[in-house]
Design a protein around this ligand. Structure first.
Ligand SMILES: C[S@@+](CC[C@H](N)C(=O)[O-])C[C@H]1O[C@@H](n2cnc3c(N)ncnc32)[C@H](O)[C@@H]1O
Length: 254
């Protein structure tokens, strides 16, 4: 039977496409790591702030920040919000505009990121304040926040347990934690694509960092993340995952 898509593409092209997908899959399987391999570069380099702001600030990324802000605040009232590893501040400013949110604090290791985030909050008129600190030791009182969020930062934390324990300390009883990140055990096709991009298609500085593959290899699996959240004291940690991402939602006992 003649199919317009297959017929229109021609058999040769279909074979080339299948071969390319097969090759990507094999590369992805080879690059998939059993054990975590932390990224080797330092996060507070100015080039990282510049590069990441370029990625995170693309119009195509805004629906992601809006979706995370909406889901993080769903079904509860969270006046005081903490964004851990807030980067250029795109999520923090979306959160500041959610109903019921009164203040947002963003913390980040990188002074360049913090400067960029402050500029963004000012430009958008958002009530978000940014601090240059290590998330393993944050300058806030116990129970200072009702909600803590973090996106694409967890896999960069040198010591994740102290950060999770610190977030636990900072949340009020019944407070919520939501963490969005990559997963190390992503689908091999995605890992293959990340490996080929890292080698051939990324601009100079990103290629030198080995990104985006390095971040996948530095990420946790959903079961590792669930275990870490439980060990930090969080109740009913639940991770939902897709082919390359995962979202943890957990709460501090009331
Ligand atoms: C890939 S960026 C993501 C930024 C932002 N959350 C976003 O989704 O656009 C990772 C951020 O985590 C920050 N970071 C890494 N380790 C950190 C730590 N221990 N404490 C605070 N921030 C950290 C980095 O400086 C960087 O800005």
């Amino acid at each position: 039977m003649w199919c317009p898509i297959v017929g229109g593409m021609g058999r040769k092209r279909i074979w080339i496409m299948l071969a390319a997908l097969g090759a990507l899959y094999m590369i992805g399987r080879r690059e998939r790591r059993e054990a975590r391999h932390p990224v080797e570069y330092e996060m507070d380099e100015p080039v990282i702030a510049e590069t990441w702001t370029g990625v995170a600030g693309r119009p195509i990324m805004r629906p992601l920040w809006q979706m995370v802000a909406r889901r993080a605040t769903q079904g509860g009232v969270f006046p005081r919000v903490l964004d851990v590893g807030s980067g250029a501040g795109f999520l923090a400013v979306e959160l500041a505009q959610r109903p019921g949110v009164e203040t947002v604090a963003g913390v980040d290791l990188s002074s360049d990121m913090v400067e960029i985030a402050r500029g963004l909050a000012e430009m958008r008129g958002a009530n978000a304040t940014f601090y240059q600190v290590d998330a393993a030791s944050m300058p806030f009182d116990d129970a200072a926040f009702d909600l803590a969020v973090s996106t694409l930062s967890l896999h960069h934390w040198r010591h994740p347990m102290p950060v999770l324990q610190e977030v636990y300390r900072l949340l009020s009883p019944g407070g919520r934690l939501m963490v969005f990140d990559l997963r190390r055990d992503a689908n091999p096709l995605v890992l293959g694509l990340a490996a080929v991009s890292a080698r051939f298609f990324m601009p100079g500085p990103i290629r030198e960092m080995g990104e985006p593959l390095a971040s996948f290899q530095s990420a946790y699996t959903p079961s590792e993340l669930t275990l870490m959240a439980a060990q930090a004291g969080f109740q009913q940690p639940e991770v939902k995952s897709g082919i390359f991402w995962q979202v943890l939602v957990a709460s501090k006992p009331a």
